[in-house]
Design a protein around this ligand. Structure first.
Ligand code: CP
Length: 316
Protein backbone atom coordinates (compact mmCIF):
# COMPACT_ATOMS: atom_id res chain seq x y z
CA UNK A 1 0.00 0.00 0.00
CA UNK A 2 1.34 3.44 -0.93
CA UNK A 3 1.33 6.59 1.21
CA UNK A 4 0.72 9.88 -0.64
CA UNK A 5 4.17 11.42 -0.25
CA UNK A 6 5.48 12.62 -3.59
CA UNK A 7 4.43 13.29 -7.16
CA UNK A 8 7.64 11.79 -8.53
CA UNK A 9 6.26 8.32 -9.12
CA UNK A 10 2.83 9.42 -10.38
CA UNK A 11 1.90 8.90 -14.03
CA UNK A 12 0.05 11.56 -16.03
CA UNK A 13 -3.07 9.41 -15.95
CA UNK A 14 -2.92 9.03 -12.17
CA UNK A 15 -2.64 12.81 -11.81
CA UNK A 16 -5.48 13.49 -14.26
CA UNK A 17 -7.61 10.93 -12.47
CA UNK A 18 -7.14 12.88 -9.18
CA UNK A 19 -7.97 16.13 -10.98
CA UNK A 20 -11.14 14.56 -12.31
CA UNK A 21 -12.01 13.38 -8.79
CA UNK A 22 -11.43 16.97 -7.64
CA UNK A 23 -13.91 18.19 -10.28
CA UNK A 24 -16.39 15.66 -8.90
CA UNK A 25 -15.98 16.97 -5.36
CA UNK A 26 -16.56 20.55 -6.54
CA UNK A 27 -20.01 19.47 -7.69
CA UNK A 28 -20.92 16.83 -5.10
CA UNK A 29 -20.58 16.59 -1.35
CA UNK A 30 -20.52 12.90 -0.51
CA UNK A 31 -20.14 11.84 3.11
CA UNK A 32 -18.33 8.79 4.39
CA UNK A 33 -20.89 6.84 6.36
CA UNK A 34 -18.69 5.16 8.99
CA UNK A 35 -16.73 6.68 11.87
CA UNK A 36 -13.15 7.35 10.74
CA UNK A 37 -10.49 9.36 12.57
CA UNK A 38 -7.99 11.61 10.85
CA UNK A 39 -5.13 13.47 12.53
CA UNK A 40 -3.51 16.55 11.03
CA UNK A 41 0.03 16.54 12.43
CA UNK A 42 1.53 19.93 11.62
CA UNK A 43 5.02 20.50 13.03
CA UNK A 44 5.51 23.64 10.91
CA UNK A 45 3.19 26.66 10.63
CA UNK A 46 0.38 26.52 8.10
CA UNK A 47 -2.84 28.37 7.39
CA UNK A 48 -4.04 27.20 3.95
CA UNK A 49 -2.96 23.59 3.93
CA UNK A 50 -4.06 22.79 7.48
CA UNK A 51 -7.37 24.62 7.22
CA UNK A 52 -8.24 23.28 3.77
CA UNK A 53 -7.53 19.72 4.97
CA UNK A 54 -9.75 20.48 7.96
CA UNK A 55 -12.60 21.75 5.75
CA UNK A 56 -12.12 18.78 3.36
CA UNK A 57 -12.29 16.32 6.28
CA UNK A 58 -15.38 17.98 7.75
CA UNK A 59 -17.13 18.00 4.36
CA UNK A 60 -16.42 14.26 4.07
CA UNK A 61 -17.79 13.58 7.58
CA UNK A 62 -14.41 12.47 8.98
CA UNK A 63 -13.61 12.98 12.66
CA UNK A 64 -10.56 15.12 13.27
CA UNK A 65 -8.20 14.31 16.15
CA UNK A 66 -7.07 17.65 17.51
CA UNK A 67 -3.27 17.90 17.59
CA UNK A 68 -1.09 20.92 18.28
CA UNK A 69 2.63 20.13 18.40
CA UNK A 70 3.30 22.91 20.89
CA UNK A 71 0.90 21.46 23.52
CA UNK A 72 1.63 17.79 22.79
CA UNK A 73 4.26 15.38 24.11
CA UNK A 74 6.50 16.61 21.29
CA UNK A 75 7.39 19.29 23.86
CA UNK A 76 8.68 16.48 26.13
CA UNK A 77 10.94 15.27 23.35
CA UNK A 78 8.71 12.66 21.67
CA UNK A 79 9.92 11.98 18.13
CA UNK A 80 7.87 12.17 14.93
CA UNK A 81 8.09 8.37 14.64
CA UNK A 82 6.74 7.77 18.17
CA UNK A 83 4.02 10.40 17.67
CA UNK A 84 2.90 8.66 14.47
CA UNK A 85 3.02 5.20 16.10
CA UNK A 86 0.89 6.60 18.94
CA UNK A 87 -1.81 7.81 16.55
CA UNK A 88 -1.68 4.47 14.74
CA UNK A 89 -2.10 2.63 18.09
CA UNK A 90 -5.04 4.71 19.33
CA UNK A 91 -7.02 4.16 16.15
CA UNK A 92 -6.37 6.98 13.69
CA UNK A 93 -7.36 5.82 10.20
CA UNK A 94 -5.12 8.25 8.29
CA UNK A 95 -2.56 10.97 9.00
CA UNK A 96 -1.80 14.27 7.31
CA UNK A 97 1.74 15.41 8.13
CA UNK A 98 3.78 18.58 7.62
CA UNK A 99 7.31 18.66 8.99
CA UNK A 100 10.39 20.81 8.37
CA UNK A 101 12.62 17.81 7.58
CA UNK A 102 12.96 17.07 3.83
CA UNK A 103 13.09 13.34 4.52
CA UNK A 104 10.63 12.85 7.39
CA UNK A 105 8.63 10.26 5.48
CA UNK A 106 11.49 7.80 5.10
CA UNK A 107 11.22 6.33 8.61
CA UNK A 108 7.42 6.03 8.29
CA UNK A 109 7.33 3.73 5.26
CA UNK A 110 5.98 0.75 7.25
CA UNK A 111 3.24 2.56 9.15
CA UNK A 112 0.00 0.63 8.63
CA UNK A 113 -2.32 3.59 7.98
CA UNK A 114 -2.17 6.02 5.03
CA UNK A 115 0.01 9.10 5.40
CA UNK A 116 -0.53 12.21 3.27
CA UNK A 117 2.35 14.65 2.84
CA UNK A 118 1.22 18.22 3.61
CA UNK A 119 4.73 19.61 3.17
CA UNK A 120 8.22 18.20 3.63
CA UNK A 121 10.94 20.81 4.26
CA UNK A 122 12.22 22.15 0.94
CA UNK A 123 11.56 18.86 -0.83
CA UNK A 124 7.90 18.23 -1.60
CA UNK A 125 4.36 19.60 -1.31
CA UNK A 126 2.30 17.25 -3.49
CA UNK A 127 -1.20 18.49 -2.61
CA UNK A 128 -0.13 22.07 -3.43
CA UNK A 129 1.06 20.87 -6.86
CA UNK A 130 -2.22 19.10 -7.41
CA UNK A 131 -4.25 22.19 -6.60
CA UNK A 132 -1.99 24.28 -8.85
CA UNK A 133 -2.44 21.74 -11.64
CA UNK A 134 -6.20 21.70 -11.06
CA UNK A 135 -6.35 25.51 -11.29
CA UNK A 136 -4.43 25.40 -14.59
CA UNK A 137 -6.61 22.54 -15.89
CA UNK A 138 -9.77 24.47 -15.00
CA UNK A 139 -8.43 27.49 -16.90
CA UNK A 140 -6.99 25.92 -20.03
CA UNK A 141 -8.37 22.33 -20.08
CA UNK A 142 -4.97 20.90 -21.08
CA UNK A 143 -1.28 20.99 -20.15
CA UNK A 144 0.55 19.92 -23.30
CA UNK A 145 2.55 22.81 -24.73
CA UNK A 146 1.59 25.37 -22.06
CA UNK A 147 4.49 27.62 -21.07
CA UNK A 148 4.60 27.58 -17.28
CA UNK A 149 7.24 29.69 -15.55
CA UNK A 150 8.08 29.24 -11.87
CA UNK A 151 9.63 32.44 -10.55
CA UNK A 152 11.42 33.27 -7.36
CA UNK A 153 12.95 31.39 -4.46
CA UNK A 154 13.19 28.03 -6.23
CA UNK A 155 16.03 26.77 -4.07
CA UNK A 156 14.03 26.87 -0.84
CA UNK A 157 10.66 25.92 -2.31
CA UNK A 158 9.00 22.52 -1.90
CA UNK A 159 6.22 23.88 -4.13
CA UNK A 160 8.69 24.45 -6.99
CA UNK A 161 10.20 20.98 -6.63
CA UNK A 162 6.83 19.19 -6.71
CA UNK A 163 5.45 21.41 -9.48
CA UNK A 164 8.41 20.92 -11.78
CA UNK A 165 7.90 17.14 -11.48
CA UNK A 166 4.14 17.20 -11.89
CA UNK A 167 3.78 19.77 -14.66
CA UNK A 168 6.57 18.17 -16.69
CA UNK A 169 4.85 14.79 -16.36
CA UNK A 170 1.65 16.43 -17.62
CA UNK A 171 3.40 17.69 -20.76
CA UNK A 172 3.79 21.40 -20.00
CA UNK A 173 6.91 23.37 -20.96
CA UNK A 174 8.26 24.29 -17.53
CA UNK A 175 10.85 27.04 -17.00
CA UNK A 176 12.36 28.72 -13.97
CA UNK A 177 13.35 32.35 -13.55
CA UNK A 178 14.46 34.78 -10.87
CA UNK A 179 17.55 35.86 -8.98
CA UNK A 180 20.41 33.47 -9.85
CA UNK A 181 21.20 32.88 -6.14
CA UNK A 182 17.72 31.34 -5.72
CA UNK A 183 18.01 28.89 -8.61
CA UNK A 184 18.58 25.28 -7.65
CA UNK A 185 21.26 23.81 -9.95
CA UNK A 186 19.93 20.29 -9.41
CA UNK A 187 16.72 21.21 -11.25
CA UNK A 188 16.57 19.98 -14.80
CA UNK A 189 14.42 22.63 -16.52
CA UNK A 190 15.59 25.68 -18.52
CA UNK A 191 16.31 29.01 -16.87
CA UNK A 192 15.00 32.09 -18.72
CA UNK A 193 15.27 35.79 -17.95
CA UNK A 194 12.47 37.40 -15.96
CA UNK A 195 11.54 39.70 -18.86
CA UNK A 196 11.32 36.71 -21.27
CA UNK A 197 9.24 34.84 -18.72
CA UNK A 198 6.71 37.64 -18.34
CA UNK A 199 6.21 37.99 -22.12
CA UNK A 200 5.99 34.33 -23.09
CA UNK A 201 4.32 32.50 -20.21
CA UNK A 202 0.77 31.19 -20.13
CA UNK A 203 1.10 30.64 -16.39
CA UNK A 204 3.35 32.69 -14.14
CA UNK A 205 3.78 30.92 -10.82
CA UNK A 206 5.35 33.30 -8.33
CA UNK A 207 6.95 31.95 -5.18
CA UNK A 208 7.34 33.50 -1.76
CA UNK A 209 10.80 34.60 -0.72
CA UNK A 210 11.32 32.22 2.20
CA UNK A 211 13.05 34.55 4.64
CA UNK A 212 12.91 31.89 7.38
CA UNK A 213 15.15 29.58 5.31
CA UNK A 214 17.75 32.27 4.47
CA UNK A 215 20.90 32.92 6.45
CA UNK A 216 21.84 36.19 4.76
CA UNK A 217 20.05 39.54 4.82
CA UNK A 218 17.94 40.43 1.83
CA UNK A 219 17.30 43.75 0.03
CA UNK A 220 13.53 43.67 -0.50
CA UNK A 221 13.22 46.82 -2.59
CA UNK A 222 16.10 45.86 -4.93
CA UNK A 223 14.54 42.41 -5.38
CA UNK A 224 11.10 43.83 -6.16
CA UNK A 225 12.60 46.21 -8.70
CA UNK A 226 14.51 43.49 -10.53
CA UNK A 227 12.43 40.34 -10.03
CA UNK A 228 9.03 41.42 -8.73
CA UNK A 229 5.85 41.36 -10.80
CA UNK A 230 5.18 45.08 -11.04
CA UNK A 231 2.15 46.78 -12.60
CA UNK A 232 4.35 47.75 -15.56
CA UNK A 233 5.55 44.19 -16.15
CA UNK A 234 2.07 42.71 -15.79
CA UNK A 235 1.01 44.81 -18.80
CA UNK A 236 3.37 42.87 -21.07
CA UNK A 237 1.92 39.45 -20.17
CA UNK A 238 -0.06 37.55 -22.83
CA UNK A 239 -3.75 38.36 -22.87
CA UNK A 240 -4.88 35.04 -21.40
CA UNK A 241 -1.91 34.41 -19.12
CA UNK A 242 -2.69 33.79 -15.45
CA UNK A 243 -0.82 34.42 -12.21
CA UNK A 244 -0.50 31.76 -9.51
CA UNK A 245 1.12 31.94 -6.08
CA UNK A 246 0.94 29.23 -3.41
CA UNK A 247 0.85 31.92 -0.67
CA UNK A 248 1.44 33.26 1.89
CA UNK A 249 2.37 36.26 -0.24
CA UNK A 250 5.04 38.85 0.50
CA UNK A 251 3.11 41.81 -0.94
CA UNK A 252 5.46 44.31 -2.55
CA UNK A 253 8.27 41.74 -2.81
CA UNK A 254 7.52 39.02 -5.39
CA UNK A 255 4.30 40.76 -6.50
CA UNK A 256 2.92 44.26 -6.35
CA UNK A 257 0.14 44.31 -3.76
CA UNK A 258 -2.44 45.66 -6.24
CA UNK A 259 -1.90 42.64 -8.56
CA UNK A 260 -2.78 40.03 -5.94
CA UNK A 261 -6.47 40.28 -6.85
CA UNK A 262 -6.11 41.53 -10.44
CA UNK A 263 -8.11 40.01 -13.31
CA UNK A 264 -5.46 37.43 -14.23
CA UNK A 265 -4.69 36.40 -10.65
CA UNK A 266 -5.97 32.97 -9.60
CA UNK A 267 -4.37 33.10 -6.16
CA UNK A 268 -7.56 32.85 -4.09
CA UNK A 269 -9.03 30.41 -6.61
CA UNK A 270 -6.06 28.15 -5.87
CA UNK A 271 -6.98 28.19 -2.18
CA UNK A 272 -10.62 27.42 -2.96
CA UNK A 273 -9.56 24.52 -5.17
CA UNK A 274 -7.29 23.24 -2.39
CA UNK A 275 -10.28 22.02 -0.39
CA UNK A 276 -11.58 19.83 -3.24
CA UNK A 277 -8.14 18.54 -4.17
CA UNK A 278 -7.64 17.46 -0.55
CA UNK A 279 -11.05 15.76 -0.50
CA UNK A 280 -9.96 13.82 -3.59
CA UNK A 281 -6.60 12.83 -2.08
CA UNK A 282 -8.17 11.74 1.23
CA UNK A 283 -10.86 9.63 -0.45
CA UNK A 284 -8.38 8.19 -2.92
CA UNK A 285 -6.08 7.08 -0.09
CA UNK A 286 -8.94 5.62 1.98
CA UNK A 287 -10.18 3.71 -1.08
CA UNK A 288 -6.71 2.46 -2.07
CA UNK A 289 -6.00 1.21 1.45
CA UNK A 290 -9.38 -0.56 1.56
CA UNK A 291 -10.51 1.56 4.54
CA UNK A 292 -13.64 2.57 2.65
CA UNK A 293 -15.27 1.27 -0.46
CA UNK A 294 -17.56 3.04 -2.92
CA UNK A 295 -20.66 1.96 -0.98
CA UNK A 296 -19.61 3.89 2.10
CA UNK A 297 -19.57 7.22 0.28
CA UNK A 298 -23.14 8.42 0.49
CA UNK A 299 -24.49 11.47 -1.23
CA UNK A 300 -25.82 14.04 1.22
CA UNK A 301 -29.00 16.02 0.99
CA UNK A 302 -27.30 19.06 -0.53
CA UNK A 303 -25.70 17.16 -3.40
CA UNK A 304 -25.95 19.35 -6.49
CA UNK A 305 -27.38 16.84 -8.92
CA UNK A 306 -25.76 13.91 -10.69
CA UNK A 307 -22.33 14.99 -11.84
CA UNK A 308 -20.32 11.95 -12.89
CA UNK A 309 -16.56 12.24 -12.69
CA UNK A 310 -15.45 13.48 -16.10
CA UNK A 311 -13.99 10.85 -18.35
CA UNK A 312 -10.31 10.47 -17.61
CA UNK A 313 -8.36 11.80 -20.57
CA UNK A 314 -5.42 9.73 -21.70
CA UNK A 315 -2.16 11.62 -21.81
CA UNK A 316 0.52 10.14 -23.98
N1 CP B 1 0.66 27.22 0.39
C1 CP B 1 0.80 26.76 1.64
O1 CP B 1 1.30 25.64 1.86
O2 CP B 1 0.36 27.59 2.62
P1 CP B 1 0.41 27.29 4.17
O3 CP B 1 1.87 27.25 4.57
O4 CP B 1 -0.34 28.42 4.84
O5 CP B 1 -0.22 25.96 4.41
Amino acid sequence: MKHFLTVEDMSANEIISLLDMTAYFRQNEPKISEQLFIANLFFEPSTRTKMSFTVAEKKLGLEILDFHAETSSVKKGESLYDTVKTFEAIGANALVIRHEDDYWAEELANVSIPIINAGAGKAAHPTQSLLDAYTIYEEFGYFEGLNIVIAGDIKHSRVAHSNIEMLTTLGANVFVTGAPEFIDETINVPYISFEQAIKHCDVLMLLRIQHERHNESFDISAYHKQYGLTIQREKSMKQNAIILHPAPINRGVEIDSSLVECGRSRIFKQMENGVFVRMAVLVNQLLQWGIINDYKIKKCANTKGEQPIRKVRTVN
